[in-house]
Every structure is written in structure tokens, then in C-alpha cells.
Design a protein around this ligand. Sequence first.
Ligand SMILES: Nc1ncnc2c1ncn2[C@@H]1O[C@H](COP(=O)(O)OP(=O)(O)OP(=O)(O)O)[C@@H](O)[C@H]1O
Length: 564
Amino acid sequence: MSDDDTEFTGSNDVEGDDTHGFSTDFGDTELGDDEPKQGLFDDLLSGEPIFENKEVLRPSYTPHELPHRSDQINKMATILVAALRGETPSNILIYGKTGTGKTASAKFVSKELESTSQKYSVPCDVEYINCEVTDTQYRVLAQLANKFIEKNKERIDDRIDSLEDLLGAIEEYEAGNDPSADESELFDYPDELADAPDDPNVSTGADNPDTPNESPVETEGYEDGDTAGDSGATADGAAEPSHPLASTPFDSVAEIEARIESLEEDKDSFEDVPMTGWPTDRVYNVFFDAVDYDERVVVIMLDEIDKLVEKSGDDTLYNLSRMNSELENSRVSIIGISNDLKFTDFLDPRVKSSLGEEEIVFPPYDANQLRDILEHRSDVAFKGGALSEDVIPLCAAFAAQEHGDARRALDLLRTAGELAERSQAETIVEEHVRQAQDKIELDRVVEVVRTLPTQSKLVLFAIILLEKNGVHSINTGEVFNIYKRLCEEIDADVLTQRRVTDLISELDMLGIVNAVVVSKGRYGRTKEISLSVPLEETEAVLLSDSRLSDIDDIQPFVQARFEN
Ligand SMILES: Nc1ncnc2c1ncn2[C@@H]1O[C@H](COP(=O)(O)OP(=O)(O)OP(=O)(O)O)[C@@H](O)[C@H]1O
């Protein structure tokens, strides 16, 4: 890996940069030397590590506690508890700026929801989709369809296992063996199989249009009444073991075998959706059938929902929000998470009102709240005494200035720790936090610049060339002239000046340049442009693009400015 490669990864992770250190030491490690040499990693390992458990500072870690989010978490729980009563929870829209704990809180609540639903045997499934990655209707529906198919298959397998156990128990009983040793197993007939008895259609599952419309509430009532009643009687009469079928909805072994067969047919009938290639309505139908196969409440969590709407409109949301009127066995509820408050403006009014039944806002954290969050994490993350007193308050203050972003605060703390570790310091001090702040900022710039389209890179390069040559108050016309020359040099299409003005505004929005509109009296208004990011590093990123690196001698372009 060349130094350049390492520098422009755009990662905040200092570890990657350690390769710089290694490369210089490499030459000293001579192979074949008799004396045991310090290995490549020995020096680095010999320092006292600062971290006890670095993982807890990474974005992938889901904390068990979320300080300062109890209001939002309680509100979500109050809405979602309906699912545990077998009712359909209202749809929820969660708003808030980046790093305000939306995803972490929603995931925390859904984990609790699923575990409570298991505890009380109320069927409830939560599915999480990140719409930044899964950003078309096809992909969202295909991913959901495949997840529910997988869940259905697992449930079918469990049911078949229970039925086979039941068959085994009957065999034992009929052979005259005393079943009392296995009694609990024998009579612990799974509640969910209790849907078989009076209704001959049930076994045909999703493919059968006659499957009864029973809400989970009704199921509960049914279990309490019939099945549970039977089990109770059996338990009471434990002294006289009854026939294993007594506590089940089946009358004969043949019925059980028929049920197993029909479950196996159901399982074989599920066809996974390929990630491309089918018509969308076919994908929708498969998804619909997979969800409706069982009685359950399904919560679909769409994170970064604005990205889905931006990329592929509101069809997916429209289809998901009208499903409940057609579903027979299950109910669907949607949680949308977004950091763009305005995305609902682009929604069909019906979708907008259905999706926004409940809205929960996640405000930015202030410095004190960020401090609490960091303190909670640092107890686990660092060795005792590794942090000097002012480190957490400084990280919190920097992140609060940003926009109350907990992710940024955690990144700062981790990066500061990594920098301290790298310099073999025993404690993290204020200076490490400042260095971490610069590093993260530079990494962000590098990443943004690296991923710009070529035309924007050319515009930015033109601005850099002007700045490098000491031009102050750069205006759009000057940028355009240099840009034009650069395009000619690399054979790129030349956009109109109007389009270049738009690209400058985009760079301004990304925080790479600063463009202020100034009035020039009777000559109208113009933009004065200046660079907001470090010049040399940005230029190096631009030149790492293979197309731009073809531009050799750039000086004449700037001189051309004076000729125009
Ligand atoms: N109250 C909190 N307590 C502890 N950690 C938190 C808290 N809020 C956020 N975090 C942490 O901050 C990071 C960012 O949080 P999260 O991903 O939930 O933000 P978000 O609001 O969903 O942001 P985005 O809109 O960018 O996805 C995560 O690592 C999360 O664990």
C-alpha cells in the first residue's frame, strides 16, 4: 500500500495509518539474523494499551443504556405495546439530526419488543431495513419477502419438530411405556399449533384464500379457553396419565401426519425472490403472502427513509401503508426514520398522513448530555486512569458545536485514544482530542472530495489553482475560464457557465468552498468564492483521481485568467 493510498481512505480509524510507522522500520528487520529480533508488532504491543474495550466506542456497538433518550424510548414503547396486545400499532415517523440516537433507540425498543413478545408468546416480528443501502422498491420488498420466507420456514420446522415429538410420545404411550417421566414434554403442546383443529383450511396456509381472519387477540382467547383448559385438566390429573392427544387439537395420528405433510408442502411452496429480474408486482405478491402466512404483528423499520423516497418515490410506502386493508392474518406497522425533516413534502398526501400517525422528534444533544453519554461508554472502553480530566468535556464541547452529534463525540474520543496509543502516551490529554478533531475533519473532507463527480472536481480544481496563485475575491467568471481550459486539457465536456455556478453552490453546501453573493452596484451581483478546506490536502486528493492527474503543467491555466 502506498502512502497515498493510506492517506486517502477517508477513514477516521487511526489504526490504518499505522502502516506509515511500519514502513520505516521494515528495513531494520534483517532476515537470517541469529539474535532474536523485535518483530514487526512487538514494539507496538509492548506499550500499555489505553483501551480496555475499544469496540464499545465504535458505531456498530449497540449500547444497553441510552441516557437522555428515555422520553423518546417511552413514547415509542407506548405506541408499540399495541403489538403485544395483538392490535396494530400506529405508524411512527422519527425525526432528528444525524447522531441523535434515532437508530440506536429504535433498535433498542424493537429488541425489547421482540423479547417481550417471545416471553408472552405473542407473535410479533420486527424487520430493520437501511434504505441508504436498500434504496428501491424492488430491493426493499425483495429483502422483506426473503426475510419473512426464512422466518416462515423456521416456524414450520419448529412446528414439524413438535408434531414429530407428539407422534413419538403417542408411540411410546401406545407401547405401554409410562410417559410420566416425559410428562411435561408430552403435554406441553405448543400453543401456535392450536390453530389446526376446527378449521380444516388452516393447514393450507398462505396459499389458501379461505384461511380464517383471526387476530392474535382471538388466538389468545382461544388458547385460554380450549387448549389451556385441557392442559390444566391434564396437569391436575397427573397421577393418571392421559393419552398424549388429549391436550392437542388432533384426534388421530393420521391427522397429525396430514398436518406435517401440508406444512412441508407449504415450506416447499416458498420461493426466494432474486435480487433483480422479477416484475415488482410479483415481488410484492410474494412478500404479501409471506407476511400473511401466519398470524402476527409485523413492524417494518425503514431507516434513512428519505433516501428511499429521494431515489425511488413513495410507491413502496404507499404499498406498505395500504397492506393492512388486504391482509387477513397479519398486521403491518411502519417506523420511518429520517434526518431530513422536509422529505414528507414529497409524499402523496395519503401516504403522508398514514405514515405520520405518530411523530417523535429527537433533538440534538447539548454538551452536558454528550458528556454523560461519553462517561457511560468510557467506563467500559478505557483502562482506569487513561483519561485526563478535560478530555471528555472537550470531546463533548466539540461535538455539541457541530450539531449535538453523539456519533461525532464517540468518534472523537476513540480517535483521541488511538492517537495517544500510537504515540505511546499513558494517558489521553487535551492535545490528543484537538489532533483527533483535525484528523476527523480532514478525513471528512478527503472523503467528500474523493467522491465528487469529475465535473465538480474540475470546478474545485479551478478554484484551488486561483487560490494558489494568490487570487482573492474569486468570481464565477474566473472559475469558469480556468475550468474550461482544464476540461479541454483532459477532453471532458464543457458545461455552461450557469451549470458551473450550480456546481459551485453544491460545493458550498458541502462546506468545501464558501461562496458569498456580493452586489457590484450597477454591474449586478456576483459570487465571491474562497476555499474552506486545507488547500494542499485537497489538491492532493484531486490529483489522485486518474483523470485529473493527467494535467501536467497547470501554471498556464491561471495566467489565462488574465488574458480573458
Ligand atoms: N443517548 C445515547 N447514549 C449512548 N449512545 C448514544 C446515544 N445516542 C446516540 N448514541 C450513539 O451514537 C451513535 C449514533 O447514534 P445513531 O446511529 O442512533 O444516530 P442516528 O440519529 O440514527 O443518526 P443517523 O441519522 O446519522 O443515522 C451510535 O453509536 C449510538 O450508539
